[in-house]
Design a protein around this ligand. Structure first.
Ligand SMILES: Cc1ncc(C[n+]2csc(CCOP(=O)(O)OP(=O)(O)O)c2C)c(N)n1
Length: 379
C-alpha cells in the first residue's frame, strides 16, 4: 500500500500543492490526509466534481501550476462538461490531475449503484481523450506513474490516476468541524421524521447512510419499504425525483430526505422546487456539516444558513431544529397546523456526525424498490 505522505510528497515535488474535489470512500485516507495537511486555500471541498475542475482551472490560470481534483468515479458524469468545454486541448488546453476512486471495478463486488459506473470508468476517460494509469499499490511503481502524469501535465494534458480499493494506507482524519454541541444523531432524526409521516406519504431519500438508516428503520418497525425511494446513486438529485413525484401526485405528500453534501452538490434544484411551488413537498436536510457516508470530510453545511437560502428562493415555510424535542414539535406543527398554502416546506435538522457501526445496507434491489414504490403510488 502507498503511504499518503509519500504520495502527497511526490505530487509536491511535481509542483502540485493545490487540491479540489468531492471525497470518496476509496480515497478516504488520502482525502483525510489532504484535509489535515492543506489549508483552506489549497484544499477546496467543492460543491460537485465539475465545480472542482473549474477550481483547478482557475488555480492554473492564476499560478501556471496544475491542481489535483479528487473524486469518486460516480463524479465522472459531473466532470464531462468541463473536460469537454474548458480543459480540453481543443478549447483552453488546461492541465489537471484527476484522482479517481474506482468503485465497482469489474471483478470486485460492490453495491448496485457502482456496478455500471465501474464498468465505464476507464471507457469514459478514453472517450474524453484523457490518458490514465491505474495507480500501483507499490510505492516505487506509483512514483514512476506520477512521473508519467507530470510529463502529461507539463504538456498541458489532463491526466488521471485511477485508484483501486486499498491503495492507500490508513490515515485517521483529525480535523473536526465546529459541531461538537450537536447531540441529535442522524439516525434518530430520520426515525423521528419517518414516524411522523401520513399513510399516503412517500419519501425520496438521498445516497449514502441516510437511505441505509431509513431502510433499517422500516425493517426494525416491521414495515415494508414501498413508501421509500432509496436513491442509492445520483447524488444531489433526490429533491428533483421527489419533485417529479410531487407534481404528478398532488394528493400525496412527498418528503425528500437530503444530506447537506447532496443538497449543496446541486443547490440550484432548490430554486426549481420552490418555483414549482408543490403544495405537497417537504424538503428535509439532515445537516451534519460533513460527507459522513464517505469518511466525514467537512462540507460548508454548518457554515451556511440553509433555511435562509430556501426562503430566498421561495420555499413558503422554512425551519431549523437541532434537538429531538424541537424536531417533534416542528413535525407536529407541519402535520396539524400548516395549510397547503404554506408548502413547499424546508426543514433543516442539525445533527451530529457519525453512524452506528453495524449499520446494514438495503437487502432489496433497486429494481424491487422501484417496483414496490410504483405500486404504492398507483393505489
Ligand atoms: C456524484 C457523486 N459524487 C460523490 C459520491 C460519493 N458520495 C456518496 S455519499 C457522499 C456523501 C454524502 O454527504 P451528505 O449528503 O452530506 O450525507 P451524509 O453522508 O453526511 O449523511 C459522497 C460524497 C457520489 N455517490 N456521487
Amino acid at each position: 500500500m502507498i503511504r499518503p505522505e509519500f504520495f502527497i510528497e511526490k505530487l509536491r515535488e511535481k509542483g502540485i500543492d493545490c487540491f479540489a474535489g468531492v471525497p470518496d470512500s476509496l480515497l478516504k485516507n488520502i482525502c483525510a490526509y489532504i484535509t489535515d495537511h492543506f489549508d483552506a486555500q489549497h484544499n477546496i471541498i467543492a460543491a460537485n466534481e465539475g465545480a472542482a475542475v473549474g477550481l483547478a482551472a482557475g488555480h492554473y490560470l492564476a499560478t501556471g501550476q496544475p491542481a489535483c481534483v479528487y473524486m469518486q468515479n460516480s463524479g465522472e458524469g459531473n466532470i464531462i462538461n468541463p473536460l469537454a468545454s474548458l480543459t480540453d486541448q481543443e478549447v483552453y488546453n488546461i492541465p489537471v490531475l484527476l484522482l479517481i476512486g474506482w468503485r465497482g471495478r469489474p471483478g470486485v463486488h460492490d453495491e448496485p449503484q457502482h456496478v455500471k459506473q465501474g464498468k465505464v470508468t476507464t471507457g469514459l476517460l478514453n472517450v474524453m481523450g484523457v490518458n490514465y494509469e491505474v495507480l500501483s499499490k507499490e510505492e516505487d511503481k506509483a512514483a514512476k506513474q506520477i512521473e508519467k502524469a507530470a510529463k502529461a501535465l507539463a504538456n498541458k494534458e489532463v491526466f488521471a490516476l485511477v485508484i483501486e480499493k486499498d491503495t492507500f494506507d490508513n490515515y485517521q482524519l483529525s480535523t473536526v468541524n465546529s459541531q461538537l454541541e450537536l447531540t441529535l444523531s442522524r439516525e434518530e432524526a430520520i426515525r423521528t421524521v419517518a414516524a411522523a409521516l401520513g399513510e399516503k406519504d412517500c419519501i425520496v431519500s438521498t445516497t449514502g447512510m441516510i437511505s441505509r438508516e431509513l431502510f433499517e428503520y422500516r425493517a426494525a418497525m416491521n414495515q415494508g419499504h414501498e413508501r421509500d425511494f432509496l436513491t442509492v446513486g445520483s447524488m444531489g438529485h433526490a429533491s428533483q425525483i421527489a419533485l417529479g413525484i410531487a407534481l404528478a401526485k398532488p394528493d400525496r405528500r412527498v418528503w425528500c430526505f437530503d444530506g447537506d453534501g447532496a443538497t449543496i452538490m446541486h443547490m440550484g434544484s432548490m430554486a426549481i422546487v420552490a418555483n414549482k411551488a408543490p403544495k405537497n413537498f417537504i424538503h428535509v436536510v439532515f445537516n451534519n456539516g460533513a460527507h459522513d457516508s464517505v469518511g466525514g470530510q467537512p462540507t460548508v453545511g454548518l457554515n451556511i444558513n440553509l433555511p435562509a437560502v430556501a426562503k430566498a428562493v421561495g420555499y413558503k415555510s422554512c425551519y431549523s431544529v437541532d434537538n429531538k424535542e424541537a424536531l417533534a414539535k416542528q413535525l407536529s406543527i407541519i402535520n396539524s397546523q400548516l395549510s397547503i398554502n404554506e408548502y413547499p416546506i424546508f426543514l433543516e435538522i442539525r445533527v451530529r456526525k457519525g453512524n452506528r457501526k453495524d449499520l446494514g445496507r438495503p437487502t432489496t434491489t433497486p429494481i424491487q424498490n422501484k417496483e414496490a414504490l410504483m405500486e404504492f403510488l398507483s393505489k
